[in-house]
Design a protein around this ligand. Structure first.
Ligand SMILES: Cc1ncc(COP(=O)(O)O)c(C=O)c1O
Length: 386
């Protein structure tokens, strides 16, 4: 089976992990700090804080934004459930905005129209690695004093164009207050499980740091009470143990050095698929807006009207033929947890997108033989569908 996504671990990564395992510091050593610096440097942000997963990182970002009980946050149903769940952890209520029918990203106008005086933040997902259209949403959010969290779990290594025409990396927080990454194995780089939040705001950074470390500070300057001994530290807020281990961070540092090559290969594969499938009669290929260069975490195809009723058949046939297709995503509002809380979908573009969407394999380790096989099996499955 050629999976839809797969990690790329080399000898260099293995050596880096082993070296850290043998160093005596497997957690709370220097590697997480080094990884944070490398991430912030790469993305062009002032600060990075690593977490034990992308979900933990989202939880931290929403908490740092002050999201709490009874607040509303606007997000998209076309995402992994964690984007919404992390706000529910804090007692807040998600409000779902519809998507653009081609990119699958949150529709900025739809999101802006849902802002009320209860809205605390907007969580915009860079679906499939394509940066969301941040400018309009960012301007609306600043006007209303709302925090934007970019769920960039798919988009490490993507680029967005700034007003002056220069390209900015996702994570530089061009159009958000915080950007969140995941390092799950199918993502741009991996640490096994892992995540990070990037920001340019020192106040948010300090909150993020404490949130993932039990709400504890060891910094004398920040103490609220006089230390009663050299062992002294303070737990000032309710926090979690969301730390990344040092051997995971060592893997992350090693992987980050190869990120550009990984993204280049992903973009080459996307280009191959674009050329192979452009203008075909069965499905639409992903688009890239002028302001964006996608990290191509996924290559989502959208079945045309005449073929969308064949989604189940095509999907099963491709799996039977060794092509590990996947569907991204079952809209969050379709899950029983959200249905039971009354979140019936009012997002026609999302439902339509779901009825057509299939992700075909794309990952840096794919060979040309693999991509040719995917092309041939895909066309074969559609040819035989009717
Ligand atoms: C858009 C999105 N947000 C959040 C997450 C959660 O990340 P993690 O699996 O690292 O907790 C994922 C992971 O699949 C994701 O795709």
């Amino acid at each position: 089976m050629i999976p839809y996504g797969f990690h790329d671990i080399g000898e260099d990564d293995i050596k880096a992990v082993v070296k850290t395992l043998q160093s005596g510091w497997i957690t709370q050593g220097t590697k997480t700090g080094e990884f944070e610096e490398a991430l912030a440097d790469y993305c062009g942000a002032s600060y990075a804080v690593v977490f034990s997963s992308g979900t933990a990182a989202l939880h931290g970002a929403y908490a740092a934004a002050g999201l709490g009980s009874g607040d509303e946050f606007i997000t998209t149903p076309m995402t992994f459930a964690a984007t919404a769940n992390a706000g529910v952890f804090l007692g807040a209520n998600p409000v779902f905005a519809d998507i653009e029918s081609d990119t699958g990203n949150i529709d900025a106008a739809a999101a802006a129209s849902l802002i009320t005086n209860k809205t605390k933040l907007i969580a915009a997902v860079d679906y499939a690695g394509h940066p969301f259209d941040g400018k309009a949403l960012f301007e609306a959010s600043v006007k209303h004093g709302i925090i934007i969290v970019e769920d960039a779990c798919h988009a490490l290594g993507a680029l967005s164009m700034a007003d002056d025409g220069s390209w900015k990396r996702t994570g530089s927080c061009l159009y958000c207050h915080m950007a969140v990454f995941s390092f799950h194995p199918v993502k741009s780089i991996t640490t096994g499980e892992g995540g990070a939040v990037l920001t340019n705001d020192k106040v948010l950074y300090d909150k993020l740091k404490m949130f993932g470390h039990h709400g504890i500070t060891k910094s004398m300057d920040d103490f609220q009470y006089t230390p009663d001994g050299p062992w002294y530290y303070e737990m000032q807020t309710l926090g979690y143990n969301y730390r990344m281990t040092d051997f995971q961070a060592a893997l992350g540092i090693s992987q980050l050095k190869k990120l550009d090559r990984f993204i280049e290969r992903r973009r080459d594969i996307a280009c191959f698929y674009d050329n192979a499938f452009r203008g075909n009669r069965y499905f639409d290929i992903p688009i890239e807006r002028d302001y964006a260069k996608s990290a191509y975490h996924l290559y989502p195809i959208r079945l045309k009207d005449e073929y969308k009723d064949y989604k189940r058949l095509i999907f099963s046939q491709l799996r039977e033929r060794g092509i590990g297709v996947q569907c991204h995503y079952i809209p969050v509002t379709h899950h029983p947890f959200y249905r039971s809380r009354g979140y019936t979908a009012h997002c026609p573009n999302t439902d339509d997108f779901y009825s057509r969407q299939i992700s075909i394999p794309i990952f840096p380790g794919m060979t040309d033989d693999n991509t040719h096989l995917v092309r041939d099996k895909l066309i074969e499955a559609f040819n035989g569908a009717k």
